[in-house]
Design a protein around this ligand. Structure first.
Ligand code: ADX
Length: 203
């Protein structure tokens, strides 16, 4: 590895730690990782959950695929390599925000199991809650909120997840949301209850 890479570095701890920040905020840092097809409802549920948590007086921050691809990840496309790098970077951001004591809601297609598992492995036990936002391809395609499935079927977008690119569902997610049969509000409430019961909403 060349000299521009991570050689000769020493971690430097300050005088304040995560427990101090969590006490200050009255909550526990955690990352809620929502994975699923485009059009599954990830962003809709994330926004509702964010609102519920703010109304409860909790500090939450949303990381969303489309949004981060406009900034931090604007140099990445949709090849398998770029998706892996997208998730790696976002995972590192989520880890930092979790250490800051925030409740992070990350919504990314994150189609590869190994990429999601790598984020989980990098985070502390209980810090990563995987939420499978489950919908059939037929239903996602029927919703097609951004008109992207139509474009993918017409060959105007290639490597579109579910059409001509893979999606690997989680094997052991903490939560499965069935967005074909539950409303976005019901799905957001389920995640909220999981956090509440798990003690994340107090320090
Ligand atoms: S991921 O696969 O790397 O996790 P991410 O969640 O960041 O994807 O971004 C997905 C969003 O990018 C979709 O919601 C859609 O709006 C847009 N998009 C554009 N091209 C593609 C594509 N080929 N496959 C999937 N999503 C795409």
């Amino acid at each position: 590895m060349g000299s521009t890479h991570s050689n000769n570095l020493t971690r430097h701890d300050g005088h304040v730690d995560r427990a101090d920040r969590q006490r200050l905020l009255g909550q526990k840092g955690v990352t809620i990782w929502m994975t699923g097809l485009s059009g599954s409802g990830k962003s809709t549920i994330a926004c509702l959950l964010e609102k519920m948590l703010i109304e409860r007086g909790r500090l939450v921050y949303r990381l969303d695929g489309d949004n981060l691809r406009l900034g931090l990840n604007k140099n990445l496309g949709f090849s398998a390599e770029d998706r892996t790098e997208n998730i790696r970077r976002v995972g590192e951001v989520a880890k930092l925000f979790t250490d800051a004591g925030l409740i992070v809601i990350a919504s990314f297609i994150s189609p590869y199991r190994r990429d999601r598992d790598a984020v989980r492995a990098a985070m502390g036990g209980g810090d990563f809650i995987e939420v499978f936002v489950n919908v059939s391809l037929a239903e996602a395609e029927k919703r097609d909120p951004k008109g992207l499935y139509k474009k993918a079927r017409a060959g105007q977008i290639t490597a579109f997840t579910g059409v001509d690119d893979p999606y690997e569902p989680p094997e052991k997610p903490e939560i499965v949301l069935d967005t074909e049969h539950a409303s976005p509000d019901q799905s957001a409430s389920r995640v909220f209850d999981f956090l509440d019961r798990g003690g994340y909403l107090r320090s």
